[in-house]
Design a protein around this ligand. Sequence first.
Ligand SMILES: Nc1ncnc2c1ncn2[C@@H]1O[C@H](COP(=O)(O)OP(=O)(O)OP(=O)(O)O)[C@@H](O)[C@H]1O
Ligand SMILES: [Mg+2]
Length: 294
Amino acid sequence: MDQASGLRTDGGATANNGGRIHLPRVISITSGKGGVGKTNVSANMAFIMAARFGLRVLVLDADLGLGNMDVLLNIRPSHTLQDVLMGDRSLSEILVRGPGGMLILPAASGVEEMTSLTSEQNLRLLEEFESLSMDLDVLLIDTGAGISENVLNFNMASRETVVVVTPEPTSRTDAFALMKVLFRRQADKPFLFLANMVRDRQEAIGLFDLVSGVADRYLPGLALSFVGHLPSDPSLTQAVRSQRAIAEMLPGAPFSKGMEVVVRSILSRPPRSGGDGGIGLWMKRLAEAGMEKT
Ligand SMILES: Nc1ncnc2c1ncn2[C@@H]1O[C@H](COP(=O)(O)OP(=O)(O)OP(=O)(O)O)[C@@H](O)[C@H]1O
Ligand SMILES: [Mg+2]
């Protein structure tokens, strides 16, 4: 049986002619503070979506820092987005197949340029992304931390943003600062609160209550939903050292089980109404965000 039936993310959006149009769901994974687990979250979320739910997932590694997806999953991309921007390779030529069948777009090199493309590069990339999007259900974007323009742009272009927060006070305050900046630019952006490295669900809910309490007071109207928690799990270190997704290597580990619940929660959220999803529009927004700052 197709486990993903009913969880498919395009929500059966219909075009005016009554035919189905395919809109991959575009989700960014972000945080205010660095080192809170975004890359591990992205890799394992992608694995579970692909391997357990049968979804066609593409992960865009947009993290300029260290500890990138390719190192985490022991894949060795021979080309990156940079080669696409230079016109030496097509987008589909640089994609790498990862565990569970997920696709990875190695973009750490080249991603900074994505918001300042020439119109020719922009058009070409847009066309390539659009032809790719027919074969995708979800685009996950592992962003860097903080409020640099690049991170903001990737988050603004995505329809949903998962904010990873840990119990460290600075993670909380930095998450709030990030949401504040994004909310000011885009008041209708839905934020999905994901508590990481917590003791239990109770600590996660406490963390959520703190952040959403401050948000209610200072950013009325901000849409913040709790999508679950991931426990502090020493076995994650073991998987990281083996350069494997923990959800694949140790599916019974607390982190892996928690991630499965998180994925279920994200996929069960109704897709956003209107024909406002998809990768083409995501690219367009990304380009616009880049232009606005100049
Ligand atoms: N739930 C967890 N339990 C135990 N260790 C964790 C957990 N989540 C993340 N870590 C550890 O925290 C460290 C940082 O994780 P990761 O690289 O995924 O964070 P990041 O947010 O992507 O960092 P950066 O901001 O540098 O991109 C890693 O060593 C990882 O193994
Ligand atoms: Mg990272």
